[in-house]
Design a binder for this molecule. Structure first.
Ligand code: FE2
Length: 435
C-alpha cells in the first residue's frame, strides 16, 4: 500500500499535519560544539541537567571543557533518577528556580531529558503537578508559553526524546507514567554524539534499541492522521496526530537500520559502525514519533511499569522492582502486532519487510504473525527476557495489567483498530511467553 492510499481523506478527518523538530547536529565528537552552540543562543548561565553516573563520566568532562572554552557559566544538577517521577521533577524545578538560569542543557538518556522538559514548565508556570498532564489523571491544560532555550544531548540510542515535545513522567500517587505533550517543550537544538554510546553496557543498548525499534513500528502502523478528527484551531493540533508521510519516512529508515545493526550493536561495544547507526536510527524514530505518537506497545508498557514486582535487570544500577523502558515496551509488542495487524495489514507487512522479514509469500492474513516473528527473532538474538513471565508476571495478572493500561487514552486511540479492555486482556495474556 502506498502512503497515498493509507492517507485517503475521510469526511470528518484531518486533512493537514504539522511537523516540528529541533535544529539537529549529528556526528561522532559533536558534543565538543556544545559551548559555542549555547553561547550562540545568547545564554549567559546554563543549567546542566544530568544524572550521577553521567556527571562523573568522560561525556560530562567533554561538555565542561566545551562550555569553559566558550566562556559560558553553568550550574549542574545531577540528581536525575532512571524512571523519573513527579518528585524528581519538582527537585529539578527548585534547582531551576534558584539558579538564575537563562538556558538549559540536558545530558543523558530519556529520564534526564524528560525530567528537564517538565521541570522547565513548572519552574516558569507554577501549578499543581497534574495540571499539564493528559486526562484522565491530569487536567490536560496547555503549557502557557515558551520555556528556557534547551539543547538536548542524548547519551543513549533509543529514547529519541531530544527530537520530541513529549515528556513521560511517573506520577507516584497513581503509580504509573503519564505524558506531558507541548510544542513548547520541544528542545531548540539536539546535539547527538554517538561517541556517548561507546561505554554503554550490552543490556542498555538492547533495551534502548528495542525502544527505537518499537517507536518506528508503532509510527508506521499507527492510525492514519486522516482518521483523527479535524482540529478546529490549527494551534491545537496535537503532536500525537497519527501516521503521516513524514513519520513514515523516518520510521522505515529506522527499521532498516535496526535490522542491519541492532544485534551487532548489542554484541560489540567496539563496533562503531553499528552503534553510530543505532544512534541515527533513534534520532530518526524520534522525528517520527514526535510527530505521530506511539500506540499500544507504549501505552501497555505503562501497565507493566505500574504492576511490576520484584524484578531487576542486569547492567542497570536500579533497585527492584525495575524493568527498563525498552524491555517493558517490546515484551508486549509481538502480541500487540498480532492484534493490530487486522486494522492495517499492508502496513504491518511493510514494517516487517523493513525490519528484514521475508514477506514475498505473505498474505494480509499473515501480517501480524510475520512482524511478531521477526521481533521475536531479534529478541532471541539479543538474549531478551522471554515475555512478561520472565519479568515476574503470570497469566492471572493480565486483567490488572489491562485495567492499568487502558488509562492511556490518546495512545490507545492511535492504534489502527479499536481496542477495548477485553482486547487488552487478550494481548497481555498473549505476551506472557513467546518461545
Ligand atoms: Fe519509548
Amino acid at each position: 500500500m502506498g502512503c497515498c492510499q493509507y492517507f485517503t481523506p475521510t469526511e470528518k478527518g484531518a486533512d493537514t499535519f504539522t511537523v516540528d523538530m529541533p535544529r539537529l547536529t549529528f556526528g561522532r565528537g559533536c558534543l565538543a560544539e556544545l559551548g559555542e552552540r549555547v553561547k550562540a543562543r545568547g545564554v549567559r548561565r546554563a543549567a546542566v541537567i544530568t544524572d550521577r553516573f553521567i556527571a562523573g563520566s568522560e561525556h560530562m568532562a567533554r561538555a565542561r571543557r566545551s562550555l569553559d572554552a566558550a566562556g559560558v557559566d553553568y550550574g549542574v544538577f545531577d540528581e536525575i533518577r532512571i524512571e523519573p517521577s513527579d518528585t524528581s521533577v519538582m527537585d529539578a524545578t527548585r534547582f531551576l528556580e534558584d539558579g538564575d538560569f537563562d538556558g538549559l542543557i540536558s545530558l543523558g538518556g530519556g529520564s534526564v531529558m524528560d525530567t528537564a522538559k517538565a521541570a522547565m514548565v513548572y519552574a516558569r508556570y507554577p501549578a499543581t503537578f497534574s495540571t499539564y498532564f493528559a486526562p484522565p489523571i491530569g487536567d490536560g491544560a496547555a503549557v502557557p508559553g515558551p520555556v528556557l532555550p534547551h539543547i538536548a544531548c542524548p547519551t543513549t540510542s533509543g529514547t529519541g526524546s531530544e527530537m520530541t515535545g513529549l515528556s513521560v513522567i511517573r506520577l507516584m500517587d497513581h503509580d504509573t507514567k503519564f505524558v506531558l505533550a507541548s510544542r513548547y517543550i520541544l528542545p531548540d537544538e539536539a546535539l547527538v554524539d554517538p561517541a556517548c554510546t561507546d561505554t554503554l553496557p550490552a543490556r542498555v543498548v538492547a533495551s534502548t534499541g528495542f525502544d527505537l525499534l518499537s517507536h518506528a513500528i508503532e509510527c508506521y502502523t499507527a492510525r492514519a492522521y486522516t482518521h483523527w478528527d479535524k482540529i478546529a484551531s490549527p494551534l491545537a493540533r496535537p503532536m500525537i496526530q497519527g501516521a503521516n508521510p513524514w513519520s513514515d519516512l523516518h520510521a522505515r529508515e529506522a527499521l532498516r537500520i535496526a535490522d542491519a545493526y541492532l544485534v551487532r550493536g548489542v554484541a560489540d561495544a567496539a563496533d562503531h559502525e553499528a552503534r553510530d547507526s543505532l544512534m541515527w536510527a533513534a534520532t530518526l524514530a524520534g522525528m517520527a514519533f514526535g510527530n505521530c505518537g506511539t500506540h499500544l506497545p507504549h501505552a501497555f508498557s505503562y501497565g507493566v511499569t505500574h504492576l511490576m514486582h520484584d524484578v531487576v535487570t542486569k547492567d542497570y544500577p536500579v533497585p527492584s522492582p525495575f524493568v527498563p523502558h525498552g524491555i517493558s515496551v517490546i515484551l508486549t509488542s509481538p502480541s500487540v502486532f498480532r492484534f493490530t495487524a487486522a486494522g492495517a495489514p499492508e502496513r504491518h507487512l511493510e514494517a516487517a519487510a523493513c525490519l528484514g522479514a521475508d514477506t514475498r509469500e505473505a498474505s494480509n492474513a499473515d501480517a501480524g504473525e510475520v512482524v511478531a516473528a521477526r521481533i521475536v527473532e531479534l529478541m532471541r538474538a539479543t538474549e531478551l527476557p522471554n515475555g512478561l513471565q520472565a519479568v515476574g508476571f503470570a497469566g492471572g495478572d493480565a486483567e490488572a495489567l489491562a485495567d492499568s493500561a487502558m488509562r492511556q487514552r490518546r495512545a490507545i486511540g492511535n492504534a489502527p483498530r479499536e481496542t477495548n479492555r477485553d482486547d487488552a486482556v487478550g494481548i497481555f495474556s498473549g505476551a506472557m511467553s513467546y518461545w
